[in-house]
Write a protein that binds this ligand. Structure first.
Ligand SMILES: NC(=O)c1ccc[n+]([C@@H]2O[C@H](COP(=O)([O-])OP(=O)(O)OC[C@H]3O[C@@H](n4cnc5c(N)ncnc54)[C@H](O)[C@@H]3O)[C@@H](O)[C@H]2O)c1
Length: 364
């Protein structure tokens, strides 16, 4: 319970006044002078600043709330520690296919690991080759996929199959399905997690058309294509599909339009599929991560850092001020949510797009 004594209120008064002055100066455009004008005009920037101010006020007024969480943080990112969370016994001996899981730093790998820990057989599906020159983020290589497969098999005694997959290529999906069928009769859990962003930062009217199409193709049509190809292996028993959307699919970001449009599309696709497949006992949900510490997130903060003439660490610290819980999430946070959605523990949940963002997005 929170109590603010009268003496404390008196002490807080000058602080509240200074915060109000700061907020008024921000409203009038008194933000740090190095910010470009175009960015200052953006409502999104102002709303971030307001949230920063709100957090600032909360910290000033309520600074007697213990802040013990910070002991686990390093520059706003918690330290990873696999192996301490719950496992779901009903997932034992199920088979899960996870796209974009061939890289140890990514969300897909964390999902694969968590499901393997729960006793699932795992299919690691990824590009299996280095990205093209100019690609924003490194991709899952075959060597890394093979190593992941071996490690998961050794550690959790489950079957693990690494397979090549380019979610933008129908032929590649067909070859993947054929190799999966050789090893497994059916799929119980499909995690459409592969994703990437091309051609950013750009506004809609300056966006390169090919980069726009490529971004929508991998993020949105990739989910459509892989789901269609895998569904015949899911029918006939209860199953779960979990699509990785994004906070960007709900709250419009600037300069990353194709990605945001694709992620919003994934949310609607999730809901359409959930309705269509409910009768077949297949639940379909999406997760909407905010900031999760991966290569993709580092790359995005790198772009921002060069834009603001700042550092990745500074940008991350700024971002943390807009996250009510105050820190950037880890891939394992996404994996914990996915395991829940895969398990019967979430048996009455379908057609939902669940935020995973430390409270950044709190729509009704
Ligand atoms: N990290 C975040 O903060 C964040 C936030 C919101 C949403 N997401 C989403 O989470 C998912 C995973 O992101 P991440 O942060 O782990 O990124 P990441 O770049 O680390 O991993 C993406 C994976 O997808 C694979 N991939 C890319 N194109 C592919 C293709 N055509 N076919 C098959 N695989 C392909 C890559 O090789 C890589 O292994 C993505 O869908 C991303 O959009 C991430």
């Amino acid at each position: 319970m929170l109590r603010v004594s009268i003496g404390r209120k008196r002490k807080c008064f000058p602080r509240i006044v200074s915060v109000l002055i700061l907020m008024i100066s921000v409203r009038k455009g008194g933000c740090p002078s190095k910010l470009p004008d175009a960015f200052l005009r953006e409502e999104v920037y102002l709303s971030q600043v307001h949230l920063t101010c709100q957090n600032f006020i909360i910290k000033f007024i309520l600074n007697d709330i213990p802040n013990s969480i910070n002991i686990h943080l390093s520059n706003g990112i918690r330290q990873d520690h696999f192996g301490e969370s719950n496992v779901y016994n009903d997932l034992k001996e199920k088979t899960a296919l996870i796209t974009g899981s061939g890289k140890k730093t990514g969300i897909g790998y964390a999902i694969a690991r968590k499901l393997a820990e729960s006793g699932c057989n795992i299919i690691i599906a990824d590009l299996g080759k280095p990205g093209s020159p100019g690609d924003s983020v490194k991709t899952g290589t075959w060597e890394e996929m093979a190593e992941i497969a071996k490690n998961l098999k050794d550690e959790f005694s489950v079957n693990v199959l690494p397979v090549y997959l380019d979610a933008t290529d129908k032929e590649s999906i067909k070859i993947m399905v054929d190799s999966v069928k050789e090893r497994f009769n059916n799929i119980d859990i499909l995690c459409n997690n592969a994703g990437a962003s091309f051609g950013v930062p750009n506004t809609v009217h300056t966006y390169d058309e090919d980069a726009w199409m490529k971004t929508i193709d991998i993020n949105l049509h990739g989910v459509f294509r892989v789901s269609r190809a895998i569904l015949p292996m899911m029918f006939g028993r209860p199953a779960s599909i979990i699509n990785t959307a994004s906070r960007a699919g709900k709250v419009p970001p600037i300069f990353n339009g194709a990605y945001a449009v694709a992620k919003a599309g994934i949310i609607m696709l999730t809901k359409v599929m959930a309705k269509e497949l409910a009768g077949a006992g297949i639940r379909v949900n999406a997760i909407c991560p905010g900031q999760i510490a991966t290569d993709l997130e580092k790359w995005r903060f790198g772009l921002e850092a060069s834009f603001f003439n700042s550092t990745i660490e500074e940008r991350e610290r700024e971002m943390c001020k807009t996250i009510p819980l105050g820190y950037i999430g880890l891939p394992r946070d996404a994996a914990d949510l996915v395991a829940f959605l895969a398990s019967e523990a979430s048996g009455y949940i379908t057609g939902q797009a669940i935020n995973l963002d430390g409270g950044q997005c709190m729509e009704l």
